[in-house]
Design a protein around this ligand. Sequence first.
Ligand code: UDP
Length: 496
Amino acid sequence: MVSLNSKELHFLLVPWLAQSHIIPLTDFAKLLALHGVSVSIITTPINAQRYKSIVTHALKSNLKVQLIPLYFPSQEFGLPQGCENTDTLNSLEFFKDFFLASEMMQEPLEKLIQNLEPKPSCIISSSLLTWTQQVASNFKIPRYIFQTVSCFNLYCSYILNQTKIQETLVLDSDSFLIPNVPHKIELTKAQLPYDSRKQSSQDVQSIIDKIKQSQDLAKGTLIHTFEELEPWYIDAYKKVVNKVFCVGPVSLCNKEMDEMVDRGNKASIDEHNTCLNWLDSMKPKSVIYACFGSLCNISFLQMKEIGLGLESSNVPFIWIIRGLNFTPQVEKWLRDENFEERVKGRGMIIRGWGPQVLILSHPSVGGFLTHCGWNSALEGISCGVPMITFPMFAEQFYNEKFIVNVLRIGVRVGVEVSIDSWDEEKNGVLVNKDQVKKAIDQLMDKGLEGEERRKSAKELAHLSKKAIQEEGSSYLNIKIFIEDVLHVLKNKEEGS
Ligand code: UDP
């Protein structure tokens, strides 16, 4: 067999079916293709339709990127028709069925690979898609994992797994310090991700075990972070797992306006005429951008507190109310209160999907009220925007600690406990309008503390951009990663 060169490599990217995985992996596809390789993104028909514009943008730049849809058996697993992305699940109870349905993609993927040209040389997948390890083994190609969380989070979770401190905590309010890290990171039991806080059911434990096993078999891990952002935590994590490549922030691959607009869903607003004109009319760094990601179900009462807090801050704002949170009750409240009239001229509500990266990179934006999803956090960091942290579940409290205590570019709104379900009414009110207003006042403050935060945020944005540029750390790490794949394939050839 003749040895491959990097231009002949063909990568299969298989993201978990959630916005927070498909978006960064499609961005990463473009960064990878910039090195001359071919990339195929494997997803489902509805997601392929949603993301098709990325292929148009990639082709315009002569990048070899394609999307390949595979059948997803939603209805066979009791999920609603068309449910092919976790952002359409309105209860965590469906998660297990969704996970099981995703496992059914293995066979169609194997059939696809048999006929795919050029032959795939490597699989990169989210850690949740454990069956992709089996596919890689069957076709004798390497598999790497793509992590959409920080090394800070990965390392702190590793420490908890080693020390089992969480098992000594009794009350939800019991707090502890993460040991053996250079920053003072204090969390309570109630702020830990569900599986570190509660005994997992057998089903969930078996999913966790599968993830761990397939992670151990992977050839390496690509992480959505960059070397200059968290050097201590990256070094520490590199000592505990095999081969780490930090390749972010991937959102910076979107340079043109239409690329930023077409990320994820189609934006629910006429981005040029409305959103941008409005932002253009605002003073530099004066606007708060409020967005809570693609998954969080926020209760009606909490929505009201957020709206009233934004209003009473007297600061201009853009507030994204995602589709599933935009209930008839919320609409009625906005109408009965005449809310939009009351904030006219300084408050804009986007119902559905906002062009987040486009908004965050506008010079009028001075603060980001965020739920602390890692992609959002990194997008805020790469645009140099200080943040108000409003974590709700999963690893979001770790991200809050990272933004506030490690990077010192954020202010807590004051959420104390993680929510346990996506049942919005059960989740009630996590913070009230006064806390929202207070955090906005603090973040936008012109005093020394506010200036320090803005300065640090600006420096991090500069470092992010450098990391992605040619010869920057993430650019070079992608190059090293490609060489690693070539090396693994060469060893395989020699061995066979
Ligand atoms: N996003 C967006 N517009 C929205 C909501 C979300 O573009 O109105 C994007 C956001 O830029 C990010 C992703 O969706 O890339 C959300 O991922 P994250 O990890 O922040 O949070 P999750 O949705 O998983 O909670």
